[in-house]
Ligand binder design. Structure first.
Ligand code: SF4
Length: 704
């Protein structure tokens, strides 16, 4: 028997695990007591990881599916990748490089991400590379870049131990980041004076544990934060020395928030003025304030403004760059951060560079040894699928994600996939919703079957290690990408030098090179260093003895002039307001024991013990007024689609609001679930869609 250290593949907490292996089988998974993200703790998802590896629906060999009928024909890797390269080369020759797009995933390892980004931009010459991280973190990316100058969360998990006030906004952390929530609970127990404020329309388990729960109306976050800033200004609880020495734009912001009186802001939020003032007072009085947020702020057509309004509070009070203080976004996926580092977004280039910046494009082109990178803007997720539907993009390569389920207005996405000339789906599982649209199916190695790295929410890079063999001929994503790229380079007659790697360590080494001199500089890292010293936070430049636990400790920010920038954010509400036709606010979110579209967690029977089936949570009074009883089937619908599911009485819901979990897909309920209903309305700065909310109606199903 042997034990292999690795990292959990579910959420952005990035817990270290130890995998016990015997005769090629994973026997057990437990928390790694030495890993600084979790110190041995795991949640139920992490503890049951071993049971995700024996699923009978694993893809074990490549398949060609002419006409996309049935399971298709099993073929060798040579046939599959020759087909991929031949068809891509033909489409590029006929329609140009920009007719090809890649849709990647925060589930991929950093090395995987790096290879596909280079394949797209460096070899093919298409800027259309985006990722499902667009759906979860892009508003936080935009907020950090606009306010602080770089896409860099400035805090660490150890800040929980130093905070006097913690504000959690738009995150049911107890469910979505359970190990971090346990750590926060331990910090509260050690510091009974710590105040916990939770902002969430629902009384979640996280909200129920708060000292103050602000049950705001959906979409009212900017009004709340502006109202709190108004109160802080009025009570003179600002850090004027910090504002004067290290920021710019405060005068304009101060003028803008004059209209957000606590009374007016509280009315928009649907909370009492007293509650808002209490939150502002706790924020202003605390020695160290830590804000934590996730999808509730990001998945909004005004997600960037929500991020900026919250960061404004930290800048106005000097709550940043000190132990226990700072705006700290929690990443949803295990490697959303790694994808951002390598430029796996249409709006980013390797090493946190900007594709709109000619100098940045030239720097990456020089490292890669190509003449130039595409100068036209890449299409982000929603416009990418619109371009597929319009016939502008002819070939789509999907890696490790399931857009037929996870994209908003998923029925339209399915129509786009059906119309696309060439769809390549690379996945570990054969039965995701997107597989139905694949012309070529490429079997990918899953967790515990491949080597690489991931970066968690606190900028900590950890190794993911291979413990067992992948089923059949399944291969690591980076390996598939390199093999396909070499075949395509031969057909295109260029780029043969671009993919010289013998293993993921060499891909990682090149990634480190692209970061040198940038805010995330990891020129001092390598697999050898990670092996010897364990997980490391960035930046860790050459010569440094360790990574940085905290950023901006000298209050010099990553902007051109070193000053952080205040931004005026205004309240706009939700993108799909309720109406007489669609009178309910539908909120979407996660359950404690499921993950994304359940392609992994849905195969573990024990994970259904917490919640067995999808249900529509509804306020008991609303149910009584509509003559509904617990467990009765209802149809939730709007102009995008519908979902028939049982209704469940839940007094954690305010009247007029509903909740559904986002996990259930066609594999389980015969439809796209919650995303049959959500709208593709996007934030104009971050291009992130409003997946968290949509207006719907609810009708009783007449079974007679
Ligand atoms: Fe895995 Fe997240 Fe649970 Fe940790 S908290 S064990 S990373 S799912």
């Amino acid at each position: 028997m042997m034990t292999v250290k690795s990292t959990c593949c579910y959420c952005g907490t990035g817990c270290g695990v130890e995998i016990d292996v015997d005769h090629g089988q994973v026997l057990a998974v437990r928390g790694d007591p030495e890993h600084p993200a979790n110190f041995g703790r795991l949640c139920t998802k992490g503890l049951t990881l071993a049971h995700t590896l024996h699923a009978d629906s694993r893809l074990a060999e490549p398949r060609l599916r002419p006409g996309r009928l049935g399971p298709g024909q099993a073929v060798s890797w040579d046939v599959a990748l020759d087909t991929v390269s031949e068809r891509l080369a033909a489409i590029i020759a006929e329609h140009g490089p920009e007719s090809v797009a890649f849709y990647l995933s925060g589930q991929m390892l950093t090395e995987d991400y790096y290879v596909y980004n280079k394949l797209a931009r460096g070899l093919i010459g298409t800027p259309h590379v985006d990722t499902n991280s667009r759906l979860c973190m892009s508003s936080a990316v935009t907020g950090y870049k606009l306010a602080l100058g770089a896409d860099a969360p400035p805090c660490s998990y150890e800040d929980f131990d130093h905070a006097d006030c913690v504000l959690i906004a738009g995150s049911n952390m107890a469910y979505a980041h359970p190990v971090l929530f346990r750590r926060l609970e331990a910090a509260r127990a050690a510091n009974p004076k710590m105040k916990l404020i939770v902002v969430d329309p629902r009384r979640t388990d996280t909200a129920a544990s708060a000292d103050l729960h602000l049950a705001i109306q959906p979409g009212a976050d900017v009004a709340l934060f502006n109202g709190m800033l108004h109160a802080l200004i009025w009570d003179d609880r600002l850090d004027r020395d910090f504002i004067n020495a290290h920021t710019e734009g405060f005068a304009e912001l101060r003028h803008a928030v004059r209209e957000y009186t606590p009374k007016m802001a509280a009315d928009i939020c649907g909370i009492s003025e007293e509650a808002l003032l209490t939150a502002a007072r706790w924020f202003g009085e605390a020695g160290a304030v830590l804000s934590l947020w996730c999808m509730g702020l990001n998945q909004s057509a005004h997600g960037s403004d929500k991020n900026l309004a919250l960061i404004n509070l930290h800048l106005a009070t000097g709550q940043i760059g000190r132990p226990g203080a700072g705006p700290f976004s929690l990443t949803g996926q295990p490697n959303a951060m790694g994808g951002r580092e390598v430029g796996g977004l249409a709006t980013a280039l390797s090493g946190h560079r900007d594709p709109a910046n000619p100098q940045h494009r030239a720097e990456v082109a020089a490292i890669w040894g190509v003449d130039a990178l595409p100068a036209t803007p890449g299409k982000t997720a929603i416009p990418m699928f619109d371009a597929i539907a319009a016939g502008q993009i002819k070939a789509l390569w999907i890696v490790c994600t399931n857009p037929a389920h996870s994209m908003p207005d998923a029925n339209k996405v399915r129509e786009a996939l059906a119309a696309c000339e060439l769809v390549i789906v690379q996945d570990a599982y054969a039965d995701t919703d997107s597989v139905a649209y694949a012309d070529v199916l490429l079997p990918a190695a899953g967790w515990a079957e491949k080597d690489g790295t991931v970066t968690n929410s606190e900028r900590r890079i950890s190794r993911v290690r291979r413990a067992v063999a992948a089923p059949g001929s399944a291969r690591a994503d980076w390996d598939i990408g390199i093999d396909a790229a070499r075949r395509l380079a031969a057909r295109l007659g260029r780029g043969a030098h671009l993919f010289p790697y013998a293993g993921p360590d060499e891909v990682f080494a090149e990634h480190c090179l692209t970061t040198v001199g940038r805010d995330l500089d990891i020129g001092g890292l390598s697999y050898a260093v990670l092996e010897a010293e364990g997980p490391q936070q960035w930046p860790r430049p050459a010569g440094a003895s360790q990574g940085a636990a905290r950023l901006y400790t000298d209050h010099h920010f990553a902007t051109d002039n070193g000053r952080a920038r205040f931004h005026v954010a205004r309240h706009h509400g939700v993108a799909s307001p309720i109406s007489a036709r669609y009178p309910f606010h539908l909120l979407t979110g996660r359950l404690r024991d499921q993950w994304h579209g359940m392609s992994r967690s849905g195969r573990v029977p024990a994970l259904f013990a917490h919640t067995q089936e999808a249900a529509l949570s509804m306020n008991p009074g609303d149910m009584a007024r509509r003559g509904l009883t617990d467990g009765e089937l209802v149809r939730v619908s709007n102009s995008h689609g519908d979902w028939v599911l049982p209704v469940s009485s839940n007094d954690a819901m305010l009247s007029g609001q509903l909740f559904v979990p986002m996990h259930w897909s066609s594999a389980f309920v015969g439809s796209a679930g919650s995303n049959a209903l959500t709208a593709a309305k996007i934030d104009r700065k971050s291009f992130q869609p409003e997946l968290k909310h949509v207006a719907v109606r609810v009708d009783k199903i007449d079974l007679a």
